[in-house]
Design a protein. Structure first.
Length: 312
């Protein structure tokens, strides 16, 4: 099997490794597409430390080639996708069967790898972290990114007015096309929101944190679900009272898909939204598996929009 191995922070190398024997409850998958996520970069660069060398990645799609004897709910030849399965930068993945989601017939491998992790993230953010209500004003950071585009569509479907932040006119056009009412620069959103936002969905962290708080109405919610600009410095929670009895939450996807029932229920809802046209994912770029570092560099430099995939 071919895998991309992170040798150190600056080297991702394509190497050959022996196939991994199946254990109970597992399936082997021939990989068709691999999702590239900012978490992959944060692990490689030490924000979330990993021991080198290791194989990055946690998301993808493909076709089952082998099932363990005790796995009865999946079959050889079935098209599936997954998230939360380590070492997915490979042309073959061994995954726990309960983490594997069948792909609907009308959804391609590329679309499945584009939507799963970011779609599940957008879904729990908009329904669980802060449940958007008709008439709410919400701010969505990185509006032209994969999660940002999906969040915008879901927030508009729920009846919200949406302000997004973007870093270029091209990204503003993409965000507005996804339904945003306003797409503005990162220095402008707080003045536009002016203490009226019911929620701010913030994946940026350090660079936007203070203005995100300033954007909120009384009893508003800051959903801090990422830190692409770096971690937020230590914060005095007593500030939240005088600022309007604000709420801050720091969610992460794994706690919302921690059981087979949670994962499969949410994935079914997600794919229904895709197949009915409620959600329209945006695939921004694809790279060969051997060019994983180039994909990381593009994502880090904020030159990408939507989802980035690796193709074995």
């Amino acid at each position: 099997m071919r895998v991309v191995k992170a040798v150190d922070r600056d080297i991702l190398r394509l190497v050959e490794l022996p196939s991994i024997p199946l254990q109970q409850g597992e399936v082997r998958i021939e990989v068709a597409a691999i999702g590239v996520n900012y978490l992959d970069i944060q692990e490689r660069t030490g924000v979330y430390p990993r021991e080198f060398p290791y194989v990055p990645g946690g998301e993808g799609s493909g076709r089952i080639t082998e099932v363990a004897p005790d796995v009865t709910e999946l079959r050889i030849g079935q098209r599936v996708c997954w998230q939360g399965v380590q070492s997915s930068y490979a042309d073959e993945v061994v995954a726990p069967a309960w983490k594997v989601i069948p792909i609907p017939d009308s959804v391609s491998h590329e679309l499945a790898a584009t939507i799963l992790l970011q779609g599940l993230t957008a879904q729990y953010l908009i329904t669980d972290s802060y449940a958007v209500q008709p008439g709410d004003l919400v701010v969505i950071h990185a509006g032209a990114g994969g999660v940002g585009l999906l969040l915008t569509q879901l927030a508009k479907a729920a009846g919200a007015e949406v302000i997004t932040t973007v870093s270029s006119p091209a990204k503003a056009a993409l965000s507005l096309d996804a339904g945003a009412d306003h797409a503005v620069g990162y220095k402008d959103f707080a003045d536009l929101a002016a203490g009226r936002a019911a929620a701010v969905y913030d994946s940026v962290g350090r660079a936007t944190f203070e203005d995100s708080l300033r954007s909120l109405r009384p009893r508003g919610t800051l959903v801090l679900y990422g830190q692409s600009s770096g971690p937020v410095p230590p914060f005095d929670l007593s500030r939240l009272g005088p600022a309007g009895s604000l709420t801050i939450t720091r969610p992460t996807l794994r706690h919302f898909v921690a059981t087979p029932k949670d994962l499969h229920t949410r994935a079914t809802t997600l794919f229904t939204a895709v197949t009915t046209g409620t959600l329209k994912p945006h695939l921004g770029a694809t790279y060969p598996l051997a060019e994983a570092l180039a994909a990381h560099t593009a994502l880090q430099s904020r030159t990408t929009t939507g989802k980035v995939l690796l193709i074995p």
